[in-house]
Design a protein around this ligand. Sequence first.
Ligand code: 4AD
Ligand code: MG
Length: 430
Amino acid sequence: MHEYFIQNISYHKDEVVKLKGWVYNLRKSGKIWFLILRDGTGIIQCVVTKNDCDEASFDLKDVLTQESSVMVTGKVIADERADGGYELIAHKVELVSIAGEYPITKKEHGIEFLMDQRHLWLRSKRQHAIMRIRHTIIKSIRTFFDQRDFTLVDTPIFQKGATEGTATLFETDYFDDKAYLTQSGQLYAEAAAMALGKVYCFGPTFRAEKSKTRRHLTEFWMVEPEMAYYDLDMDMDLAEDMISYIVAEVLMNRRLELETLERDITKLEAIQKPFPRIHYDDAIKLLQARGVDVQWGDDFGAPHETIIGEAHESPVMVHHYPSAIKAFYMKRDPADSKYALAVDMLAPEGYGEIIGGSQREDDYDLLVERMREEGMDPANYDWYLDLRRYGSVPHAGFGLGVERTVAWICGLSHIREAVPFPRTMSRLTP
Ligand code: 4AD
Ligand code: MG
């Protein structure tokens, strides 16, 4: 059996092929009509005339509707004027299923309408481009870690407690007990790093984000590498290498899709190592110098991240945040315990935080102290404390949010288009 796809059509010039897909558009003009066919891999114009094709096929022009499914057999012809450089001279058009009146038309639709039709909206050119770039980003992340001998370790989605604070936990019944949906696989990735050295987990994570912003989903995908014997600098080196690799892979493999999205490619080409590394204190000074009302000790919100990120062409790594505004597991700087050995990577062009990471607290007593400060009960994390009881070592890791990365690389104005079926505070369907 041979399958033919539009994306490979140039290999079949002057051959007769059978394409299977859907009607993207129809244009009729008397003795000739044009079926714009999409098959998921691309779009091609099929020319239908009585000369080249049987009568039943020709008469389908009065029946076919947008998104009806059809199979077209015909000859591949090179034509400079055609979109993509090729068209098909149809010999036969076979109807598979007639589509009812399609809700998404050529006219402008509002975003909420399109989101309600997300299951159909995914059939559009723009959404194809985003999904393919997302695919390439995920694939490049996996290749990146694979090439560096990381082991993939899957972490549980049902968890007993919080990793990133109790405010955003999703609670669920668990037989006679309660469980929470994972906010992060990190604590388990730490256990795996003590077992295997260099690991990563990659999966969906859940946060009951009550804020409606262009950067927050309630369900998002996160990749979290964790490395034994790594300090903060090594962690930042890895994050920078990974982002550079992802951007290079997208630029190499997804040019057409970036063009479809009208992405300013020069902005992505400008991303070069080394990325600026800015101490939190200097980030505060930078903000104050721009007239922002912010004090030492404040956490950064989206407007702050935008200003810091916009000051540079490459992503920026802000490190040494005050430990009081960072998670319990982050190691405090032995030189000055006001600071955590933490890093956030902020994307350019106002996209804000894409990575959060740190060196981890590897001292048992200090970790218990930090848990108590955060109002956590160390007894609930006994298995995690075992990692400090049995052969504790310096280690570090980070988490990259996939949808924020997709939104930034694709140049999307909102994160909801960066995932096939977004979940937000106000959206659980489709
Ligand atoms: O900074 P966060 O909360 O870090 C962690 O979860 C650590 N446990 C990671 C680690 O060190 N292993 O989240 C990491 C990243 C953010 O930088 C952001 O890109 C993304 O996850 N993220 C979200 N993306 C979409 N919607 C949300 N609500 C997100 N919250 C975080
Ligand atoms: Mg963070």
